[in-house]
Design a protein around this ligand. Structure first.
Ligand code: SAH
Length: 287
């Protein structure tokens, strides 16, 4: 694992919208079902192989503006405005950490959505990625990473459970020195590899396996983030936290809340229950 920070083709630019911040809005709830509905409702483009319209996101709404330009997936300049708007909207929703907002602005989310959904890539919703799974809503990605960072030491080694299409892993790679991400569904692990390859992120490692077991060969971690909800946080993950480390996870079944756990000693953890959320389920084993 290289210690080098990720090098996206774009420079980190300053984050807009700081002055217009308001109190945090409640996070919209998203499920695979609602993700599909979201996609259908917002569908503004017919599927095409690697082409689609990317509409600049309209701050404060979940409806995309009229598609204005046709871009290829690798066309980063054409998505600069919607990416900036997405970060500005997260700031208005209460995300404060400038590094997290900058990461949200820099990672091209359209490179992680299905080709037929490019028009929704910068709308603040989860979207289906196949296999009954979703790409998370940008706001919740930013919120969870902010919770993981806290105001403490910079993040060194971070573990993500549930790579999915790889979007959150790419965002994490902008704020942590080393990122490991585990996915249990083989075709999604392969999809994430393909999505991430053109970004050439040197500090990110993808692993196919059961994330409930963690990655003991790499532990301890300064931060662990779960992108899928269990009824409780697996014991193995608690054991793989460094002392002082944080873990952020959605916990629950029908009703879920974000939980943040801090390891305060060798056999001591504290836990905070935060806002309501809705994630796909955490499942054991591999598929
Ligand atoms: N991180 C993604 C969200 C992925 S959705 C993003 O960037 O938007 C959650 C993912 O967790 C799904 O792909 C699902 O297959 C995976 N998952 C569920 N249980 C898991 C487990 N035990 N180990 C690894 N991945 C798991």
């Amino acid at each position: 694992m290289s210690e080098k920070r990720s090098q996206f083709p774009l420079p980190l630019s300053s984050v807009t919208g700081e002055k217009t911040r308001k109190a945090a809005a409640p996070a919209p709830v998203a499920t695979p079902q609602t993700a599909t509905q979201n996609a259908r409702q917002n569908q503004a483009h017919q599927p095409g192989s690697h082409r689609g319209s990317v509409a600049p996101a309209t701050p404060g709404t979940t409806k995309p503006a009229q598609p204005q330009q046709t871009v290829v997936r690798s066309d980063l300049a054409a998505t600069e405005a919607p990416r900036r708007a997405m970060a500005a909207r997260a700031a208005r929703q209460g995300v404060k950490d400038p590094q997290v907002l900058a990461a949200l602005e820099i990672v091209p989310r359209h490179m992680f959505v299905e080709p037929g959904m490019l028009a929704q890539a910068y709308v603040d919703i989860s979207l289906p990625i196949g296999h009954n799974q979703t790409i998370s809503q940008p706001y919740i990605v930013a919120r969870m990473i902010e919770l993981l960072k806290g105001s403490g030491q910079p993040l060194r080694r971070v573990l993500e459970i549930g790579t999915g299409c790889g979007y959150q892993a790419a965002v994490l790679s902008c704020v942590a020195q080393e990122v490991y991400s585990i996915e249990r569904i083989k075709p999604l692990h392969e999809l994430a590899k393909a999505n991430l390859r053109p970004l050439r992120i040197a500090n990110l490692r993808l692993q196919y396996g059961d994330g409930m077991l963690g990655l003991p060969q790499v532990a301890p971690f300064d931060g662990i983030i779960l992108a899928a909800a269990g009824l409780e946080v697996p014991r193995a993950l608690l054991e793989q936290m460094a002392i002082g480390a944080r873990l952020v996870a959605p916990v629950g079944a029908q009703v879920q809340h974000l939980q943040r756990i801090t390891r305060t000693g060798k056999a001591e953890w504290t836990s905070e229950t935060l806002e309501a959320c809705h994630f796909v389920p955490l499942r054991p084993g591999i598929a």
